[in-house]
Design a protein around this ligand. Structure first.
Ligand code: NDP
Ligand code: KPL
Length: 297
């Protein structure tokens, strides 16, 4: 049987579990099984449901056809590696974290399994361990990094069907770099300056935002991804306007003393620039400043 499994039952994992409920997804996690999950929708209506939950220490995986990974970027390798020996040889894997990078380490470990990458601008907020609130309906994009395109697309059809405003993209890396530009510009500046996204519209941040995006465009180009700087800047400023009242996820991570995804955001830009003999000082400065604010690991 080709079941869908969701690894990482946090905010986004529980949201996808609700959205895919008619496909009977299996939730894989480290906690004991919940009695029920509560989903509060955008209209403030509550729904309670009980998905199949398998605690990871004793989970069978031989019936999984698609593993959707909804852990944070820095948790991806630790979460998937122990499962690889038990996942079926034809199980496709879909990474849904913010930022980029884990795919480079993971792809060589997959023994020919298909690797799909996705990005979502939907919003979900934890109200309790097993209660999430759906806070935003943004775009979700999914595409294939490696493996068979037809079967990869077939495996994720349930998501494309059930998630409003979702699409298949042929060049998923370009789509991820574009989303990365938004996060690379907004997330660290809001964390460092302790402000809401909207504050970044002020003139004092223009130089930083332009430098971060210009370096990212050059780093992507060195990886053969062509991005348009003007379009990206327009996108960044549009998100600043549309989410003016929000605190970014990185701001919230710093405020709550949690590790951030900075390594997979500005850290990824710095890494790809350096790998191609370039420098990315504006992104490096964001990386260093955010690292100095987050708890040491
Ligand atoms: N929340 C949102 O609105 C959005 C989030 N995203 C992105 O989605 C990703 C997930 O975010 P979010 O859902 O908010 O994060 P959460 O921290 O809420 O969820 C992560 C989940 O992964 C679990 N986990 C961590 N490590 C492992 C492991 N080794 N094995 C099994 N489970 C593990 C955690 O469980 P445990 O409790 O056991 O640690 C937790 O349930 C991030 O990259 C985020 O940036 C993107 C768009 C919007
Ligand atoms: C788009 C943005 C910046 C919205 O807050 C986001 O994705 C985040 O906070 O991580």
């Amino acid at each position: 049987m080709n079941r869908i499994a969701i690894l990482g039952p946090g905010s986004i994992g529980q949201l996808l579990c609700w959205q895919l409920r008619h496909h009977k997804p299996v939730l894989l996690g480290r906690s004991p099984a919940p009695d029920a999950l509560v989903h509060t929708d955008i209209k403030d209506e509550h729904h309670s449901f009980t998905p199949e939950y398998r605690p990871l220490d004793k989970a069978r995986l031989d019936d999984i056809g698609l593993l959707i990974v909804t852990v944070k970027a820095y948790q991806v390798l630790d979460a998937i590696t122990p499962l690889l020996q038990d996942l079926p040889a034809d199980c496709a894997i879909l990474l849904m974290h913010n930022g980029m990078g884990p795919h480079l380490d993971l792809a060589p470990l997959l023994n020919g399994r298909s690797l799909l990458l996705g990005t979502t601008s939907q919003g979900a907020l934890k109200q309790g361990l097993w209660h999430i609130r759906h806070t935003g309906k943004g775009l979700t994009q999914i595409g294939l990094l490696c493996g068979d395109a037809d079967s990869g697309k077939t495996r994720v059809e349930p998501l494309l069907d059930k998630i409003e405003n979702s699409e298949w993209v042929d060049d998923i890396l370009a789509a991820l770099w574009q989303k990365l530009a938004v996060n690379a510009a907004i997330n660290p500046l809001t964390a460092i300056h302790d402000c809401r996204n909207g504050a970044l519209a002020a003139n004092e941040y223009r130089g930083h935002i332009h430098a971060i995006v210009a370096e990212l465009v050059k780093a992507a180009a060195a990886d053969s991804i062509v991005l348009d700087e003007t379009t990206l800047l327009e996108r960044v400023y549009k998100v600043i306007e549309l989410t003016a009242n929000n605190f970014s996820s990185m701001h919230q991570d710093i405020a709550h003393g949690r590790q951030t995804e900075i390594d997979a955001i500005n850290g990824f830009v710095v890494k790809r620039a350096q790998a191609n003999g370039l420098e990315a000082p504006a992104n490096l400065s964001m990386l260093e400043q955010v690292k100095s604010l987050q708890p040491r690991r």
